[in-house]
Design a protein around this ligand. Structure first.
Ligand code: SF4
Length: 110
């Protein structure tokens, strides 16, 4: 949602957001469906789309989970990159892929 150029959320007043966590925070709107020609907050859109790209993260680039992890929650990564936080963005299955596959298989076969 957050990083996709084709995904957005619509608030109750028609306001457009890029992330569930932004919903209701008017400062984080990127437009309004009642005025579809007007977009704003381009800096936020660019940060979401490009600034938090996990393919630019040196740790992710050398991680074998990258293709399936997809870099974790974009907002947690955004907080790390732009707000100095230290959220763990890694998939909870990192280091436990065997357990995950076994559980997945069990669920499918039950
Ligand atoms: S598991 Fe962690 S280091 Fe690996 S790709 Fe996902 S976020 Fe990046």
């Amino acid at each position: 949602m957050t990083r996709s150029p084709y995904s957005m959320l619509i608030g109750s007043q028609g306001e457009i957001y890029k992330c569930y966590e932004d919903l209701g925070n008017k400062e984080l709107t990127v437009g309004n469906i009642n005025d579809p020609e007007v977009w704003h907050n381009y800096e936020l859109i660019a940060k979401y789309a490009v600034g938090i790209d996990h393919y630019n993260d040196p740790e992710c680039r050398k991680c074998s989970y990258l293709p399936i992890c997809r870099g974790g929650c974009p907002i947690r990564r955004f907080e790390n990159v732009y707000k100095g936080k230290h959220n763990d963005c890694c998939t909870p299955f990192k280091g436990r892929i065997k357990d995950y596959i076994e559980l997945y298989s069990k669920i499918l076969n039950d």
